[in-house]
Design a protein around this ligand. Structure first.
Ligand SMILES: [Fe+2]
Ligand SMILES: [Fe+2]
Length: 136
């Protein structure tokens, strides 16, 4: 699917991961017939863990002053995911739950990119000298 440049935060490696993540979310939605909710949630969890670990590693490396707030926001995501899993355990699988999962993930993700991740991008751009990560 065509990318929307307004989602870019200006850190190429992280922008690439965001594109991949959103592509995966869309493909889970399109392909929901062939994948169970558990499989989709596990997949999202694994993928997000890697992505968050990378962002947090970079924030550590470049001394990002708002790292604690950012890490907390990543933790919130796993809390939301665990609530959706509980919901699934209690109510079972169904199209409404699948749509709610996707809606929740997409909303969280877009809001997090537009605010938290963008702040980190802006911080890196304010550094002098400009860090290598902005051009690789
Ligand atoms: Fe983040
Ligand atoms: Fe991110």
């Amino acid at each position: 699917m065509k990318w929307d440049p307004s989602l870019d935060i200006g850190i190429p490696a992280i922008d690439r991961q965001h594109r991949e993540l959103l592509d995966h979310i869309v493909s889970i939605l399109i392909d929901s017939e062939s994948r169970s909710i558990t499989e989709s949630l596990n997949f999202m969890q694994g993928y997000m863990q890697q992505h968050f670990a990378y962002e947090e590693e970079m924030q550590n490396k470049y001394g990002y002053p708002k790292i604690e707030e950012h890490v907390q926001s990543h933790r919130d995501f796993f809390f939301i995911l665990s609530q959706l899993e509980d919901d699934y355990r209690i109510n079972g699988e169904g199209i409404l739950l699948m749509l709610r999962i996707m809606q929740t993930l997409i909303n969280w993700f877009l809001e997090h990119i537009a605010y938290q991740d963008k702040l980190f991008g802006d911080y890196l751009k304010s550094l002098d000298p400009r860090p290598d990560i902005l051009t690789t």
